[in-house]
Design a protein around this ligand. Structure first.
Ligand code: ATP
Ligand code: MG
Length: 338
């Protein structure tokens, strides 16, 4: 397919740091695929395997999780003819660009990055040294993420609220580079879908592979149902009026139920007359129905990996074509090489 040069890039990445979750699906995959359908952007999707290396130190596990994330994108409907799906590690240009960017990223800015600050805060609360367990890789993560984005001249990055600040850091770093060399990099914009900003996990905190609170989308249906039943609620009885907005079950329900069912449930919450047990049953059915087709496709892709391998190989080639152009420009500007 001929690529109109004017179509700006939309870029989405997921770390293979655990099995894909409903938070990844509703917060990143579904909005990114919806955006691709509109055809206003050229979609780039990547599996951030070198990012996952900050937490996964078992080679077999990382390789397997990388396949899982690739299969997830394809099973959820990614069109590999239109979009470019690639493994971050297959594009070495990103890492050379990351070094250049690190020479422009103020350390003080990285000190304030959410992912790093969250670890420092947890350490301080537990009475440990602030940097306990923090690798240089974790600290530099926003620089590598800036390289992920800027290497492909991404105009927009659809993300959940948890990643908004990291996209803003990429923007700041691009501005700093452009201030030195003129307009060599394209500063990106985060793209947030209001309804899916923060998908709650089973404990009510942000659903995250690194907390044990996820609904893994490709778990067996019975397992998913079991996990839905473990979602923490308050102790209100069925007849009590309840606040839908502060209830994890309702917040998940409205993301997957038709609008009229959501409004009907909202009314029953507010007037009293619905028990959390009933909502859990309904939510589990909705989720399992939504996932019937993706699960079949996912199982087939994981059983024979050759389709994934082929897509990733072609993706790497197409991704490198873009990143190598950006790297060339950047090296020339910086006075690296002849
Ligand atoms: P980790 O705990 O290892 O950080 P994660 O589940 O947060 O894993 P990421 O790979 O960091 O997953 O994020 C991939 C994408 O999914 C990002 O765009 C992120 O904003 C989105 N995302 C992840 N969790 C949520 C969530 N709970 N709500 C909304 N979006 C989310
Ligand atoms: Mg995350």
């Amino acid at each position: 397919m001929a690529e109109p040069a004017s179509r700006p890039v939309a870029l989405t990445g997921i770390k293979p740091s655990g099995s894909p979750t409903l938070g990844n699906y509703l917060g990143a995959i579904r909005p990114a695929l919806a955006l691709a359908l509109a055809r206003d952007y050229r979609p780039f999707y990547f599996i951030a395997d070198y990012h996952a290396l900050t937490t996964i130190h078992d080679g077999d596990e990382l390789r397997e999780l990388t396949y899982e994330i690739a299969a997830t994108w394809l099973a959820c409907g990614l069109d590999p003819q239109d979009g470019v799906l690639y493994r971050q590690s297959d594009v070495p240009e990103i890492f050379e660009i990351a070094w250049i960017l690190s020479c422009f990223a103020p350390k003080g800015l990285l000190n304030r990055a959410h992912a790093y600050k969250a670890v420092v805060d947890a350490n301080e609360q537990a009475g440990r040294a602030p940097d306990d367990g923090v690798s240089a890789g974790l600290f530099n993560y926003p620089v590598l993420m800036a390289a992920d984005i800027l290497s492909f001249e991404a105009a927009v990055v659809p993300v959940g609220l948890d990643q908004k600040q990291h996209v803003e850091i990429a923007r700041d770093v691009a501005d700093a580079v452009n201030a030195a060399y003129g307009p060599v990099l394209r500063p990106p914009q985060p793209l947030l879908e209001k309804a899916a900003e923060t998908i709650p996990g089973t404990d009510g905190r942000k659903m995250s592979k690194s907390y044990d609170n996820t609904l893994p989308i490709f778990a067996e249906p019975e397992d998913l149902t079991r996990r839905v039943k473990r979602i923490v609620t308050d102790s209100r009885r069925p007849e009590d009026p309840k606040d839908p907005e502060s209830d994890t079950l309702f917040r998940l329900y409205r993301l997957v139920a038709p609008p009229d069912a959501t409004e009907a449930l909202r009314a029953r919450y507010e007037s009293g007359g619905v028990g959390y047990g009933e909502v859990k049953e309904d939510l589990a059915v909705l989720l399992n129905d939504l996932l019937v087709e993706p699960r079949q496709r996912y199982a087939a892709l994981m059983a024979d990996r050759s389709e994934i391998d082929g897509v990733l190989e072609s993706g790497a080639e197409r991704a490198r074509a873009v990143a190598s152009g950006v790297l060339r420009r950047l090296r020339r500007a910086a006075g690296i090489g002849r």
